[in-house]
Write a protein that binds this ligand. Structure first.
Ligand code: FPP
Length: 237
């Protein structure tokens, strides 16, 4: 069976790359690049919502990003905290549910608090789920899911013979997400960088050289149109 992807993707995931290069090209600090990167988040969220996308998942901070300078990490989390503080009312009013996913215990307390508050406030919204991958790495996610299942099996709560794809998916940080339909990566690199490895199994991949701060609504619509023109076979002929 061949399926033409004429409908908009249900789940779009984005690797928002290129903030640093965008800033360096302007003689600015990397943190100024991240600040500029907050605007496309607002624009793309609105456009996705309007198109009927149900899940938008953004790679905002990877496990590997902890290795960046303390100043850049601090600035990123204070930017995230400000984004959540200033946008939550709008998310709530527009039907968007916000969720964090990753090793959230590592987040600075203020960012953790802002995230929890935004999650709680928007918990009843159903139009679109905006997931922020924070302190996220796909291998870490799979490892902790395996550990959780192993602990349940060891304590007798779970029969190992019953473990299937669904029970593994349910033990993951991203348990609330369906499979990804479309992955977009900005910034020119063509790789998936430890993002949603399990959930990308049949995703369509879209790469663009545009740096994330320059990625606007027209660029997003182009990615969606490209997706809609593809034939998805899911391993069948
Ligand atoms: C990658 O660019 C981007 C990040 C590590 C952070 C993403 C953060 C934002 C877009 C800020 C706003 C986010 C929210 C949710 C408000 P890079 O620094 O690796 O760029 P480079 O490859 O050019 O160095």
């Amino acid at each position: 069976m061949t399926q033409t992807a004429a409908a908009p993707p249900r789940h779009v995931a984005i690797i928002m790359d290129g903030n640093g290069r965008w800033a360096e090209a302007r003689g600015q600090s990397r943190s100024e690049g991240h600040l500029a990167g907050a605007e496309p988040v607002r624009v793309i969220l609105k456009a996705a919502h309007r198109l009927g996308v149900r899940f938008l998942t953004l790679y905002a901070f990877s496990t590997e990003n902890w290795a960046r300078s303390t100043q850049e990490v601090d600035n990123l989390f204070s930017l995230l905290t400000r984004y959540l503080d200033s946008e939550t009312a709008e998310l709530l009013a527009s039907g968007v549910r916000l969720r964090g996913m990753g090793n959230l215990e590592r987040l600075p307390p203020q960012a953790r608090l802002a995230l929890t508050q935004a999650e709680e406030m928007t918990a009843h919204n159903e139009d679109l789920t905006l997931s922020l991958a924070l302190s996220y790495g796909s291998r870490a996610e799979l490892t902790q899911a395996a550990r959780e299942l192993a602990q349940k099996a060891a304590s007798g709560q779970l029969d190992p013979q019953t473990i299937d794809e669904s029970s593994l998916a349910q033990a993951m940080w991203s348990r609330h997400l369906p499979e990804v339909d479309l992955l977009i990566r900005t910034g020119g690199d063509k790789r998936v960088s430890n993002f949603l490895l399990w959930q990308l199994a049949y995703a369509e991949l879209y790469f663009t050289d545009t740096l994330w701060p320059d990625f606007g609504e027209a660029d997003f619509l182009a990615a969606i149109a490209d997706f809609q023109g593809r034939q998805r076979r899911f391993g069948r002929v």
